[in-house]
Design a protein around this ligand. Structure first.
Ligand code: KG4
Ligand code: ZN
Length: 341
């Protein structure tokens, strides 16, 4: 029987726990989102996030063990998000993971949150084969990577300022929508008409694979200020914002495939849940004979399954340890864990 890996995610505002086994796949997973708690403040309050992780993590763990019908003694290894993320929030997952691994005398491994996102489409069926281009679009990151295998990541381009998720969130805020803004903006945009307004497509023709979204935010601010506050106007603006962001992402993803000569694109991170982005990429890349892979919708945003899975892959490479002195890495560049090609 292959190893059973417990995964713990607590880097931001979601507590995620999962059990993964290579032969059988995901055995069980559970998630608690703090969205309702933070929405009152218009964004994540780090101290409240940490405290809530403390409250939720053990009950969620119990639930997952129960759902999978796996006793603690049957866990072979523990993977946890070591960074990047909120310091206090990361500490909760890291200390529970290390304490439990110590008590059970099993290996533990710290996982890079973005590696979790990056590999999450491999949990789906069909899973993409290596090598592929990954478009990583989360609340804090917008990156195009070439992925040749586990730990073999080459950065092709990234945002110079705001992330795509941030552009969604900040525009949503300007439109008076609640946090988290991405899904709210997408919902409002569904009743808007495209082409009513014009917004810039920053760096569309920059000739490289980098992004910039901070100018878009300023343009949306100006547009909102100049417009009336009717529901239809706001929907039309939302629609225009979404189109602008998607246009840039789709254009650069296509260019990354052309540059690398690869035909598989993997989309990961919260913005990958956006249906219009999915439609657009499927159409654009499908037309060129390529294929686009996504995680299942529930694994687009933060979750424990992607951490258990990335942990299982790294443990298969003998990368776990039984040294339970841990540290967390609130700032951690993905390229630091890239194996030299
Ligand atoms: O990956 P994620 O859950 O957390 C980070 O690691 O950052 O991504 C969260 C981001 C937020 O900016 C959120 O607004 C955005 O993903 N998001 C969306 C959608 N669902 C989540 N953006 C656009 N459309 C969506 N449907
Ligand atoms: Zn994330």
């Amino acid at each position: 029987m292959s190893l059973i890996t417990l995964g713990i995610e607590s880097s931001c505002d979601e507590t995620g726990i999962a059990l993964y086994q290579m032969e059988r796949g995901l055995l069980a997973h559970a998630l608690h989102t703090q969205v309702a708690m933070h929405s009152e403040y218009g964004g994540v309050v780090p101290e409240l996030a940490s405290r809530d992780h403390v409250r939720r993590i053990i009950p969620l763990l119990r639930q997952v063990m129960h759902d999978a019908d796996v006793p603690l003694a049957k866990i072979d290894a523990i993977a946890y998000t070591q960074g990047p993320g909120l310091g206090g929030a990361l500490l909760v997952g890291a200390s529970v993971a290390n304490a439990l691994a110590y008590a059970l005398d099993i290996p533990v491994i710290g996982i890079h949150h973005l590696e979790g996102h990056l590999l999450s489409p491999l949990l789906s069926d069909p899973a993409p084969e290596f090598p592929f281009v990954a478009l990583l679009v989360s609340g804090g990151h917008t990156q195009l990577m070439r992925v040749d295998g586990v730990g073999q990541y080459t950065l092709l381009g990234e945002t110079l300022d705001d992330a795509a998720g941030e552009a969604f969130d900040k525009s949503a805020k300007l439109l008076g929508l609640d946090y988290p803004g991405g899904p709210a903006l997408a919902k409002l945009a569904a009743s808007g008409c495209p082409g009513q307004y014009k917004l810039p497509r920053p760096m569309l023709h920059s000739g490289n694979l980098d992004f910039s979204f901070s100018g878009l935010k300023t343009a949306v601010w100006t547009l909102v200020k100049q417009s009336d506050n009717h529901e239809q106007t706001r929907a039309d603006i939302a629609c225009t914002v979404q189109e602008a962001i998607i246009d840039v992402l789709a254009h650069k993803a296509r260019a990354a495939l052309a540059q690398t000569g690869l035909n598989r694109l993997v989309v990961a991170g919260g913005v990958g849940a956006n249906q219009l982005l999915r439609n657009r990429l499927n159409e654009d890349i499908g037309k060129r004979g390529g294929a686009v892979f996504y995680p299942d919708l529930e694994f687009c945003t933060d979750n424990g399954a992607m951490i258990a899975f990335a942990g299982a892959l790294r443990l298969a490479q003998q990368q776990g340890n039984k040294d339970y002195r841990f540290n967390i890495k609130p700032r951690w560049n993905l390229t630091e864990i890239t194996k030299k090609l």
